[in-house]
Design a protein around this ligand. Sequence first.
Ligand code: SAH
Length: 232
Amino acid sequence: MMKLSLLISVVILLLSVFPAQQDKYYRERQLMVKTQLESRGIVHKPTLKAMRSVKRHLLVPRDQEKNAYEDRPLPIGYGQTISQPYMVGYMTEVIRPKKGMKVLEIGTGSGYQAAVLGEIVDEVYTIEIIEQLAKTSRSRLGDMGYTNIHVKEGDGYFGWEEHAPFDAIVVTAASAFIPPPLIEQLKEGGKMVIPVGAPFTTQQLMLVEKQKGGKRTTRNLLPVRFVPFTRN
Ligand code: SAH
């Protein structure tokens, strides 16, 4: 009996000391951050830290698990994709997230971008138009222990009025124009990142900043390809 309990203690100790033992993708994830993010100029510490820790493989469909840390978007069903890790890192860094902030995301998809934000800011409100994706991501994020991420099924065009204004807004589907309700729900001094352009072509990732007094400035960041922003 003594021996068994000793063995159990040793195993528990090993599991707590070596993260790689309890997480079979630990190394791949550290390598992803190093080779796909840091090497391409992502420097924002909280973003890098969050992406070193969020288990991306738990948010993709089972048959994509082994590809989860690859340098590309992956299919998540319903014609949708989880963005390439670099894109998630870039969009996270550009809004300069920090503790105390409340962020709105449009296009929950897999829930990965929401999880990365959820590691850094106080509250994440995220909206997904496809019912099944909203349900799946809500349940997976819950299983992963995120109590500060709130998933709503609906059309993100209208934002989430009852929790507005937001310190930052991250839109992960390409829209022909910036939905006015989202600008409305951005705090003064807040930042929104959004891919703007026609679907199925190259779009521009844009940074929109709402100045004190409400004046808006926009800046083109880089050409991107996102799935379309759809309307019910
Ligand atoms: N951020 C996601 C990326 C998912 S792809 C991730 O980390 O996995 C973009 C998502 O936006 C898709 O799931 C799509 O269904 C959703 N979407 C498109 N138009 C939308 C709209 N009007 N409101 C809310 N979600 C929308």
